[in-house]
Design a protein around this ligand. Structure first.
Ligand code: SAJ
Length: 420
């Protein structure tokens, strides 16, 4: 059965680019989101998120009539669910958005439909989704009841695109396709092959679910290794950046880079899904999360030590001392401040420090509310001219471009090895 009309439920960082790419291949795409403002924005041909290359594709897709957004699901040949899966306070996964999406599409499902879950999910979520749909539509047969004879095919197909490169990676990356049956996998592969240049690699739903969690846990564990090395090196008075560069000369060693902690919406979240389901076995994965989550507090202690030393060497009082924080984003050269360890460190410093806290963030024009009353946004030049203590938090290209001669301060806490 061909796919003429597709519905993408959840028009965020993954859903909207996916909807736009299908629409750019002349498929009729109905985007569904509970956020009315997002729906209105998209229907004007504009976007409500920041992602290079996305605006133009959405604008053309809407203008040509291939993409439109709505708050109410409508009938389609395939449904892709790309809603958030956050965790609760106790690190247990929160599947309420997946459940809400299932209940929202259930009334419009028809025989021959394909339902794909893309949201990062704990193992078993696709089976749970199928159970919710079956309970809502007893008149239809689902894969857990009828196998490949089912009226509705269901698959788990996680995204693995890097924010900032979504439009490119969405098309080029290989895709893991986890059908509830081999027939479901084949249907889902046919759907993604409408635009994919990478390969569709078929498996079952549970393996695909754990594969997504594994990819981000692998990165988290490896960053935790680098962050742990940075603590050891600070204690041993060894330059961690030099150490890692030297160790990486070994043909089978490839250590990642330490930083102020791990941020974003994926790597700091997804490993907890594994820990929540397998707390006894997932000891390394849990420890990596704890190492990375502890790093912002360690950076604060480094800043406190630098401020204390700076005070003993100068005649200033603490209230006269200026600390400048460089970078707020969760990684270099983006403007996304959400779940950012640099934001966390800056807030910790601004709340603690008796004097002035300056912030340099070339990618924003105003400070977020959380810092508005405790810190001041300044230019790179102002910060370098006025600050006593410098705290490097994000290796934006503007900071890397500063000549070493322009950095005259004796007190520098450099979490990214930019001004080592
Ligand atoms: N970071 C370090 N040191 C490093 C690399 C990264 O401290 O050597 C930090 C970054 O500064 C940032 C955090 O880790 O705070 C995460 O950044 P990232 O670039 O590693 O990853 P994300 O969160 O932007 O995207 C990840 C990607 N997953 C992997 O690389 C395994 C992406 O492919 C996924 O699609 C995405 O998560 C997701 O949506 O799951």
């Amino acid at each position: 059965m061909t796919f003429n009309t597709l519905s993408v439920v959840g028009l965020g960082y993954i859903g909207l680019p996916t909807a736009a790419i299908f629409a750019s291949r002349q498929k009729t795409v109905i985007g569904v989101d509970i956020n009315e403002r997002a729906v209105e924005t998209i229907n004007r041909g504009e976007i409500h998120i920041v992602e290079p290359g996305l605006a133009g594709v959405v604008k053309t897709a809407v203008a040509d009539g291939y993409l439109r957004a709505t708050t109410q699901p409508e009938a389609a040949d395939a449904f892709l669910i790309a809603v958030p899966t956050p965790f609760q306070d106790d690190h247990q996964p929160d599947l309420r958005y997946v459940q809400a999406a299932a209940l929202a599409i259930a009334p419009v499902l028809q025989p021959g439909n394909l339902v794909v879950l893309e949201s990062t999910s704990p193992v078993g979520t696709t089976e749970q989704l199928a159970a919710w749909l079956a309970a809502a539509r007893p008149d239809l047969r689902f894969p857990q009841q009828a196998g490949d004879e089912a009226d509705v095919a269901i698959a788990y197909c996680p995204e693995r695109v890097l924010p900032g490169q979504v439009m490119d990676e969405l098309v080029k990356n290989d895709r893991v396709i986890g059908g509830m049956t081999p027939g479901c996998s084949a249907r889902a592969s046919a759907l993604y092959n409408l635009f994919l240049e990478g390969e569709c690699v078929e498996t079952n739903a549970r393996t695909a679910e754990l594969c997504k969690l594994t990819e981000n846990s692998f990165r988290d564990v490896n960053i935790a290794f680098a962050n742990e090395l940075s603590l050891i090196c600070a204690d041993q008075q060894i330059n961690v950046w030099e150490l890692i560069a030297l160790a990486n000369r070994h043909p089978r060693v490839n250590i990642l880079q330490p930083g102020p902690g791990v941020g974003g919406h994926c790597i700091a979240v997804d490993p907890w899904f594994i820990v929540a389901q397998n707390p006894q076995q997932a000891r390394l994965i849990r420890t990596a999360r704890e190492v990375n989550d502890a790093k912002p507090h360690w950076v604060l202690e480094q800043v406190k030590a630098s401020v204390a030393e700076s005070l003993t060497r100068s005649n200033k009082r603490a209230s006269e001392l200026t600390v400048a924080c460089f970078g707020l984003a969760f990684k270099p050269n983006i403007d996304d401040l959400r779940e950012s360890p640099a934001m966390q460190v800056t807030q910790l410093i601004a709340d603690w420090h008796a004097g002035t806290t300056l912030v340099v963030e070339p990618n924003v024009t105003r400070l977020p509310d959380a810092l508005a009353s405790t810190a001041t946004l300044v230019s790179l030049q102002q910060a370098l001219a006025q600050a006593d203590v410098l705290v490097m938090l994000v290796d934006h290209r503007e900071f890397r471009a500063v000549s070493p001669a322009a950095v005259t301060q004796s007190w520098i806490v450099d979490t990214k090895g930019v001004w080592r």
